[in-house]
Design a binder for this molecule. Structure first.
Ligand code: URA
Length: 252
């Protein structure tokens, strides 16, 4: 693939913009400035740099973002900053989209991708992908509330009865709750249905992929093949202490 097409596929602009970028000497491959946009490369494992920042060619982008509070999962946010402002522009330009949403005040694991099949797989209600939240509540969580969440609660203004896939108390006012549905304000509405209220909501896992402790609020990382297998539930979770030391290439 010629260098301009390659850069375009990775979100560095239109074909003309990429040609100009290359011609200005800002693109290096193997430590060598490549000013000729017609030069051909095997895209597969290519590592290149633009203005000194290193990138690896990726046919599709799979990312995890540790969403901080006060960010909206929208390209046109209404009242807060956009989560897309936390990503390098080429990732946004290549069409990376959030896989489902978290409320502006919610924190934790958010997946992003430009692979439509992947987004569909992890947002389709039929796939029943488990999402795990840690929830801090305004009122003490009692046994009756826990049982009701597990048995299924009727949401207000919705015909739906939703049961938690898992629910355990962490302390008097916090619990870990798993759901397989994706629905507007789902966890907040489930807690409201049992007479409680969410004070803080943090997503810790999707499928078998757990938010790495080393990924701090506002940071993002590439998902590698093992991460994707974990997400799909086909690989074991990381050993304790291992995730912290993993290669953090690409983290912001
Ligand atoms: N449930 C909610 O209420 N909010 C979220 O952001 C995610 C799940």
């Amino acid at each position: 693939m010629d260098l301009s097409r390659l850069l375009q596929s990775q979100g560095f602009g239109s074909r003309a913009e990429c040609r100009a970028l290359i011609a200005s000497g800002r693109v290096c491959v193997d430590g060598r400035a490549c000013a000729d946009w017609t030069e051909e490369f095997d895209a597969g494992q290519l590592v290149f740099s633009v203005d000194g920042t290193s990138w690896r060619y990726r046919k599709a982008a799979y990312l995890a973002l540790h969403k901080p509070g006060g960010y909206e999962c929208s390209h046109q946010p209404q009242h807060h900053a956009s989560i897309y402002s936390l990503l390098p522009p080429p990732l946004v330009r290549r069409g990376v989209e959030a896989v489902g949403r978290l409320d502006q005040d919610a924190t934790g694991l958010l997946l992003l991708s430009d692979d439509g099949g992947f987004i569909h797989r992890y947002t389709s209600p039929r796939k029943q992908v488990e999402k795990v939240y840690e929830v801090r509540t305004r009122h003490v969580v009692d046994d009756r509330q826990l049982q009701a969440l597990l048995d299924g609660v009727k949401l207000r203004d919705d015909a739906l009865v939703v049961a938690a896939a898992g629910c355990e108390r962490l302390d008097d006012r916090s619990l870990r709750l798993s759901v397989t549905l994706g629905r507007y304000h789902l966890v907040k509405r489930m807690l409201a249905a049992v007479g409680n209220r969410v004070e803080a909501l943090h997503r810790v896992a999707i499928g078998g992929f757990v938010l790495p402790p080393a990924l701090h609020a506002g940071e993002w990382m590439w998902l590698d093949a093992t991460d994707l297998d974990r997400l799909a539930g086909t690989a074991a979770p990381p050993r304790a202490g291992f995730a912290d030391e993993r290669d953090r290439e690409g983290c912001s």
